[in-house]
Write a protein that binds this ligand. Structure first.
Ligand code: MG
Length: 461
């Protein structure tokens, strides 16, 4: 079943049908094949989403960024120096050319605390490492880190959130749906059924992703509350009831030392999804499933719509000052949770904006690993977190979630992910209930993996 009604993120409509190799592919050693089993996803394989992303989506994201900056500075005159504005616009153009020409990865110039981590990482890649020949995860993270370093290099624009206008627009487009959800979920009791409903609202909030749409507007699903049940066949692995059970049980042994029951959300997108993160957090507090909900956000603008601390403040301010009393009351309640410490923005960590897979966290950032281990449950939101959990590796779809995490298990963790890239694990034959998908799988097609119309909720105890 496809989603009943909404603006589909029609990646596939613009997906050029691979028709052999073109001159660019031949020059850069691209193969006209799917990603072979058990190798990292990369732009080397023309039938991998990584290729499509690096060849078309990333340059488009840079074009959208250029347009958005020009538009924002026109509408909101600022104190930025002219020379800085020209520098960032020209540098983004150059970066686009570098991606389009399969340029090599250069060292990062930065004063931020992550610069050594990044440059050591780059130094350890093969000497000819370039956008198309390294693991997709590394190439895409590198691009976003380079964008940030361009702004960092200016006198006046280092704090400018260049994706901010796109994120704010996405939030403003969601007013109606946010109102509906606040009203339909008010004072839900702690039952397995209501928990699964709230979790799934949070899951489908992840469909709104400005990185997947190359910065174009994405509206949330209308009537989402009513659609949740009909969307169940689109959830290919659904551990939501087990997640509820685990939150209602005694904490795992390692958390017994902590006297507070934490639930940690490792956030994905701002806008509508962040709103659903706050709504889910409120449900956890109201039903004593958490004493504190910690939100882990990005330390810099990331993958277009990813949440930063600034986005949380802006979202609260937007809701607090809204003309709708429903949104205003919700905003004030959330602000109060933050003031009282029941909601917290987790200590800033640059680990989330490194290219590292999560199985390397304990070695690269042992403090973060230890902090996470005090939680009752970690909720990893979205596609990029999923890619980092699995390491952008072409696992067999039937491989066990635990195996694919390669030892990453600071505590109980789950993932809420709408599928936007061609990697997946934990799929069982009986999980494919929708005939459309079964047919595509039998034909060996993977276009369904680029739409965000299918999803997984996976738990690791
Ligand atoms: Mg994102």
């Amino acid at each position: 079943m496809s989603l009943p009604s909404e603006n589909k993120t029609n990646v596939n409509e613009s997906l050029p049908q691979p028709n052999g190799l073109d001159a660019f592919d031949i020059e850069h050693g691209i193969s006209d094949i799917e990603t072979p089993p058990e190798v990292p996803l990369s732009g080397q394989f023309k039938k991998c989403f990584a290729y499509f992303t690096i060849r078309y989506r990333l340059p488009n994201i840079l074009v959208s960024l250029l347009n958005s900056i020009r538009e924002d500075l026109k509408v909101n005159p600022s104190n930025y120096e002219e020379a800085d504005i020209s520098f960032v616009l020209e540098s983004i153009e150059k970066l686009k050319t570098q991606v389009e020409n399969n340029g090599r990865l250069e060292k990062i110039a930065s004063k931020a605390p992550d610069v050594d981590i990044w440059n050591n990482f780059i130094a350890n890649l093969p000497e000819n490492a370039s956008f198309f020949n390294i693991c997709w995860l590394y190439a895409e993270c590198y691009l976003y880190r380079r964008i940030y370093s361009l702004f960092e290099a200016t006198n006046t624009m280092a704090q400018y959130d260049y994706f901010g206008p796109q994120k704010m627009k996405a939030l403003q487009m969601s007013d109606h749906v946010m109102e509906e959800l606040i009203q339909t979920t008010d004072n839900c009791e702690n039952t397995c059924e209501t928990f699964c409903h709230m979790l799934k609202l949070n899951l489908w909030g992840n469909k709104c992703d400005l990185s997947l749409s190359s910065g174009k507007d994405v509206k949330p699903l209308e009537n989402l509350s009513q659609l949740i049940v009909s969307l169940n066949t689109n959830i290919l692995v659904d551990d939501s009831a087990a997640i509820w059970n685990c939150l209602n049980q005694q904490p795992a042994q390692q958390q017994q030392v902590a006297d507070t029951k934490y639930v940690d959300l490792i956030c994905d997108n701002a806008g509508f999804e962040l709103f659903t993160d706050l709504l889910f957090g409120q449900y956890l507090l109201q039903n004593a499933l958490a004493k504190v909900v910690r939100y882990h956000v990005k330390a810099m603008p990331w993958f277009v719509s990813d949440t930063t601390a600034q986005d949380i403040h802006k979202t609260l301010k937007y809701l607090d000052g809204h003309k709708s009393h429903v949104l205003r009351d919700f905003g004030k309640r959330c602000s109060k949770y933050f003031e009282e410490g029941a909601f917290q923005i987790a200590e800033e960590s640059y680990f989330w904006t490194t290219p590292y897979e999560f199985y390397r966290m304990s070695e690269i950032n042992p403090k973060l690993y230890k902090d996470l281990s005090t939680s009752s449950l970690l909720v990893f939101k979205g596609d990029l977190n999923y890619r980092k959990l699995l390491g952008d590796f072409n696992w067999n779809f039937s491989d066990d979630f635990r195996k694919c995490l390669r030892g990453f298990n600071p505590t109980r963790l789950c993932t809420l992910r709408t599928i936007k890239g061609d990697l997946l694990c934990g799929l069982k034959p009986e999980s494919v209930k929708c005939p459309d998908l079964a047919r595509q799988l039998s034909l060996g097609k993977n276009d369904w993996m680029f739409t965000g119309n299918y999803a997984v909720i996976q738990l690791l105890l």
